[in-house]
Design a protein. Sequence first.
Lengths: 66, 400
Amino acid sequence: MTYRIVVDFDLCESNAICMQVAPEVFEVRDDDFLYILDETPGEDQRAKVDEAVQRCPKQAISVAED
Amino acid sequence: MRSVTIVGASLAGMRAAETLRREGFDGTVTVVGDETEAPYDRPPLSKQVLAGEWEPERISLYDSEALADLRLEWRLGGRAVGFDAALRSVTLTDGERLAADGVVIATGARTRTLRGTEDLAGVYTLRTLADSLAIRSEFEATPQRIVVVGAGFIGAEVAATARGRGLEVTMVEMAETPLERVLGSQIGQVCAEVHADHGVDLRLGVGVDSITGTDRVEQVVLSDGTRLDADVVVVGVGVIPNTEWLEGSGLQIDNGVACDETCLAAPGVVAAGDVARWPNRLFGQSMRVEHWDNAIEQGMAAAKRLLAGEGAEPFAPVPWFWSDQYDRKIQLAGRSGPDDEVVVVTGSLEERRFAAVYGRAGRIVAVLGFNRPRHVMQYRRLIARGASWDEALEFARSQP
């Protein structure tokens, strides 16, 4: 089963916690915007992605199961 | 382990509950909470909820389906009034005793009030949804003058939100600059200027003598004799950890529940969030952290600790929080102090978009950002691996 990262960019305020938890998946760049480096990361990233979802201060990240 | 009682139904307690289930714990989980609302998120209380932009439904921590999936036994609207650590038995207001194999203490903290003002209408502190909605309806009744006591993060956010609603705001702070004891006077000065730019009348280096009024608040009397007319007063002068119910429990209480490096307070008893004090190995100091993110991370760590038995990892995070004020996002990672060396590593104080690092005893101990989230996280990583002060400055020089 694969999963896909969904970010609500209307909610995202670039706190960059997700980048700290899962740097292979999320990056906040110098323009202060969040970039998703890998929209469909593997299962090896799943625990980190789940933690990023929980710790996003704006609850802007979710995971869609495909 | 077949049963766990979680005392406290806010962020730390709920993340602990969620982690127990995620880690495969299949036993009974009972959650005790003194508020009647389902668990909610507090940061918006001083921002979007107070501003009238969000309704309370929007800050629920879980939808009903997600909550049902956790299979929790609830004791809401009551309170824990006693505890026996040896028996892991929690006594509730109605006399019920809950004994369990494991206990998570996550009772948080409550706001400090100004003595003698508790019964005066129009004077508030801000911690709960009920507080936020009460202050909001005062704001909507078009008051003339708001006085905020304390220029810490809560006071600053309330002031910013009130200004956003077009209200007249005076903020009173005992220190010579806001947040001086946390951020030092140089950065505190920047915070003061941001408020002044947005039309807040800031009174620094002065305390509050009394708050007067017959039926409701009329004036705030300052220690220099000034009398400020006030329709609404919001007091933000810190919090007190909720540990009274643990007196005589066998746990050690020292401005919070004293835990070991792994959040364990006694066999089968862990603590997390605002109420927990533990030695953070990374900083070589005992700390109690009142941040949103710590409630999550420590709630998760405490739950894992309970399940792990022996050989648990020490809990040694870099504490982090944010504060939204006007159009600034302020973030602090680490433990800064007023006597630390402070170096601006990107941007400038004048444009109020910068990152500054704090150094102490040859180490980088904190990073502060004004609208610089990326940099805060970069330096937070250095702090997490115990980087030296020289290394941090070298890293700063290597950045374009």
